[in-house]
Design a protein around this ligand. Structure first.
Ligand code: NAD
Length: 512
């Protein structure tokens, strides 16, 4: 245990007694399936966690519904003060939680710390927001009338999260939902349940110290079945789901059938256009970090490079030599650049995608390989790979959650933008150029069709201040900064008559 995992687990309060679902301080006993969480870093068992059953789910929904009645009456800025304290508690536990994220999920320790920093940042944002949940006022067309709108809390917000950002996505949702006056029910990925239990401890201490009722911060452990219960439950007015497009379609359909609200954050197929006017050194760093960071397991990972024909060969050879220098190994060892994939199933999908690409005609620049031997015992380590392809290949149109980068050549900027847009997904996009006309065209209404479009930065690494999300098969949801908070509230328009007559709108006469 040279990385101090046992101590981190201890500091985070992880112990056998609480390895399950919870309404806050109350850990619920259940006879649900036991999930074993193994680290992809070294293949060791981290702990066993018990899934919630349907009874667990019912118990939590009852407690949460009761808690909502009192939580919605707490003034917004007071709720913000409690979220401020959650941010402080996260600051205190940043190293321990960052380490556990790295160990359970497999991203580098630096990225684990970065993930916790994002949670802290969104808490800070939410504190400010708690005094700024503004509505508009309107001029009434009738005399002695006033009109305005206000935002009220929604109720129980269901949060379904993916393995790759095991804790930040929950914080993006819950910090905002709490200041909006909602209560949260989080179903983390079944691949990363222990980091979720750690978060439950951190927030719960704060909520109880402030005398908040049980049921404002709920956690339920489980797989897709629990996600389906939430999606079909009309007592959950908003389901915020992050994961694959396949999952999003199932959740969207179920929530839509009951006319609930779904906030969907799904897969991406992100590209960087590298123009002949680009700063090549910057482009190279952006592309390599985007493609191999988190071992290609970010929704915003760079999957495609669309490169101008004049610089194509140069960029290709520079990429090749950069990839030769990549060190692959334990993510907690800070000298490594690339850690493992989440599990051996993901490794199979990586190998399958490479095989499919070759069958479709992809040409090897840096070939992929599943690594074995000392340090790679977990079976989850793979070599980042690069292939030359055509954009229309089926495998290129598909998001493979692994470090596989595709190179595509272009002649003119219009073609490059068309290629960038010509995939089913619409999350993140970027152009590397110092030419103002090209960058403005890329950002214009005729340009990138993605939710995120960057100039001279890569596709990954969004800041919390902006609204995060994407179009088309990425699901259309927006989370985090800007006005993303509005989806967590219900809007009400109010008209008040302070006169002595009752004039009808549109001048309608009605007399008796
Ligand atoms: P996944 O779809 O396998 O699982 C995500 C979550 O959905 C898990 O908690 C899972 O239990 C649950 N789930 C699965 N099927 C369900 C169903 N039918 N009903 C309800 N819940 C269900 O995804 P994953 O492998 O954990 O994560 C990787 C995917 O997530 C990638 O596609 C990635 O692009 C995407 N992602 C998107 C964003 C974003 O913000 N757009 C962020 C992170 C990850």
């Amino acid at each position: 245990d040279k990385f101090g995992i046992a101590q981190a687990l201890k500091n985070l309060g992880i112990e056998e007694l609480n390895m399950g679902s919870s309404t806050g301080s109350n850990w619920i006993k259940s006879n649900g399936a036991v999930i074993e969480s193994y680290s992809p870093a070294d293949g060791k068992l981290i702990g066993k966690v018990t899934s919630g059953s349907e009874e667990t789910y019912e118990e939590i929904i009852k407690t949460a519904s009761e808690a909502f009645k009192s939580w919605r009456l707490v003034p917004g800025p007071k709720r913000g003060e409690i979220v401020r304290q959650v941010g402080e508690a996260l600051r205190e536990h940043k190293e321990d939680l960052g380490k556990l994220v790295s160990y359970e999920m497999g991203k580098s320790y630096q990225e684990g710390l970065g993930e916790v920093q994002e949670m802290i940042d969104i808490c800070d944002f939410a504190v400010g927001l708690s005094r700024q949940m503004y509505g508009l006022t309107m001029h009434s067309e009738r005399p002695s009338h006033r009109m305005y709108e206000q935002y009220h809390p929604l109720g129980i917000v269901g949060i379904i999260s993916a393995f790759n950002f095991p804790v930040a996505v929950w914080a993006w949702n819950s910090a905002l939902a709490w200041v909006c006056g909602d209560v949260c029910l989080w179903k983390p990925s079944e691949k990363t349940p222990i980091t979720a239990i750690a978060c439950q401890h951190i927030t719960d201490k704060v909520f109880r110290a402030n005398g908040v009722a049980e049921g404002v911060n709920n956690l339920i452990i489980g797989d897709a079945k629990i996600g389906q219960l939430m999606s079909n439950d009309k007592r959950v007015p908003l389901v915020s789901a992050t994961g694959s497009t396949r999952m999003g379609k199932a959740v969207g359909e179920a929530v839509g059938a009951r006319l609930g609200r779904a906030l969907l954050e799904l897969g991406g197929n992100n590209a960087i256009i590298i123009s002949k006017h680009a700063d090549l050194d910057m482009s190279l760093i952006g592309a390599v970090f985007g493609a191999v960071g988190t071992a290609g397991q970010r929704c915003t990972s760079t999957r495609r490079l669309i490169i101008h024909e004049d610089i194509y060969e140069d960029v290709k050879s520079k990429l090749k030599s950069a990839y030769e220098q990549l060190k692959i190994g334990n993510p907690l060892d800070e000298s490594n650049h690339v850690g493992p994939l989440i599990d051996t199933l993901a490794v199979d999908m990586y190998s399958e995608a490479i095989k499919k690409g070759k069958a479709e005609g992809s040409k090897v620049v840096v070939d992929g390989e599943v690594l074995s031997g000392e340090g790679y015992e977990s079976g989850c380590y793979v070599k980042p790979a690069i292939y030359e392809v055509e954009n229309h290949f089926e495998i290129v149109q598909h998001e493979t959650f692994a470090p596989i980068l595709y190179l595509i050549k272009y002649k003119n900027i219009e073609d490059a933008i068309a290629i960038q847009n010509d995939v089913p997904q619409g999350l993140s996009s970027a152009i590397m150029t110092q030419n103002m006309r090209e960058s403005e065209m890329f950002l214009s209404h005729g340009g990138s069709d993605c939710g995120i479009a960057n100039v001279n930065i890569g596709t990954s690494g969004a800041e919390i201040g902006g609204a995060f999300g994407g179009e088309k098969e990425t699901g259309g949801g927006r989370e985090s900064g800007s006005d993303a908070w509005k989806v967590y509230m219900r809007r009400q328009t109010n008209t008040i008559n302070f006169g002595t007559d009752l004039p009808l709108a549109q001048g309608i006469k009605f007399e008796f």
